[in-house]
Design a binder for this molecule. Structure first.
Ligand code: RB5
Length: 170
């Protein structure tokens, strides 16, 4: 499988370990940086990985920052990305089995190397169960995240009705 991996400075060391382990396990790894321990901004790397995953450049993604929180928040802004912040074997397994997660997030400052490798192995090897979980995952994807005022319907109806010009300008 082709795996995309990225981190910020706080996840840099763990990313290197995970990338090496994943290659040794026989997978192809595309390391999207960061390439040094210098301070960088985690959203730049999470957005890049999410875009490439959605473009079909990899089957799964792995994101590491200090806690995994910023990476997961950012990656989940991309519709179709299901990024799971995991802390142990159980959450890594359930993220795949129940949530069909396609990105594993973890913290370089919160998770030790042994647990990190174990989580990644489990994440890559565990299938999605489907069934009732398929319906639930579909409900995640059904939400645009824009809300009523930001939806295309609202914009279309405002544009189509000239009598609402004042409302549009306010
Ligand atoms: C960087 O100091 C840290 O804030 C970042 O790695 C991450 O933990 C954010 O969620």
């Amino acid at each position: 499988m082709r795996i995309l991996i990225a981190s910020d400075h706080a996840g840099f060391e763990l990313k290197g370990l995970l990338a090496g382990h994943t290659r040794e396990a026989g997978h192809e790894v595309l390391d999207l940086g960061t390439a040094t321990p210098e301070s960088v901004d985690y959203p730049d790397f999470a957005h890049e990985l999410a875009r490439r995953l959605l473009a079909g450049e990899g089957v799964f993604g792995v994101l590491v920052c200090g806690t995994g929180i910023g990476m997961s928040i950012t990656a989940n802004r991309h519709r179709g990305v299901r990024a799971a912040l995991c802390h142990d074997a159980f959450t890594a397994e359930l993220a795949r089995r129940h949530n069909d997660a396609n990105v594993l997030c973890m913290g370089g400052r919160t998770t030790g190397p042994g647990v990190a490798v174990q989580m990644l192995d489990i994440f890559l090897a565990t299938p999605f169960e489907g069934g009732r979980h398929q319906r639930r995952v579909e409900k995640i994807e059904a939400e645009t995240g824009l809300g009523a005022r930001g939806s295309g319907l609202e914009t279309d109806s405002l544009c189509a009705d000239p009598s609402r010009d004042k409302e549009r300008e306010s």
